[in-house]
Design a protein around this ligand. Sequence first.
Ligand SMILES: [Ca+2]
Ligand SMILES: [Ca+2]
Length: 207
Amino acid sequence: MKSLTMLGLLLLLAGSAMAQVSDLLISEYVEGSADNQAIEIYNGTADAVNLSGYAIDRYPNGAAGAAGSVALPAVSLPSGGVFVVVNSLAGSTLLALADLADAELAFSGNDALVLSYAGQPVDSIGRVGEDPGSYWGCNDGTTQNHTLIRLPSICSGDAVIDDAFDPCLEWSFEAVDTFTYLGSHHDNCGSVADEATGWGALKATFR
Ligand SMILES: [Ca+2]
Ligand SMILES: [Ca+2]
């Protein structure tokens, strides 16, 4: 009985350890009016991550290959922090929220975007190789003229860049030109601190 309980505890701990975000995520997507476009990158891992080697690659209108890319700079993004990239042609309100402004970050609702590291996909929005018309859509909204926020339950990136894309599965929607949520992100994926607390509490219970 006692060993079964210990096995259960170990399985529980293994499960919670896996819950922590494992790599950078695209936490927000702004496809606003005119040239108001932005992407927020979130570090939900336990450690600071240097952004060197990461890039946001753009696959417009169903293109199978990237037509442009924004290389992220060699800055250290702390655990829990976000980095906001804005189209340099965007309006002043949005530009004021940028950590990096780059004219390469120009997209419309039917362009897939991929966060990559050393050329390997880490996360994505949209479906590479598919031109959906003006946007990808679902009951709650579309990838055009909206701000999309990653659901707090999403703990790992969509690294399969060419499968079917249903934005309702991983995103919530805000009205066009909503910039309120840029600059922070929240996930429900657990953290090292939570696990440490849990472990102590579980050990205490077991004794
Ligand atoms: Ca996918
Ligand atoms: Ca945000």
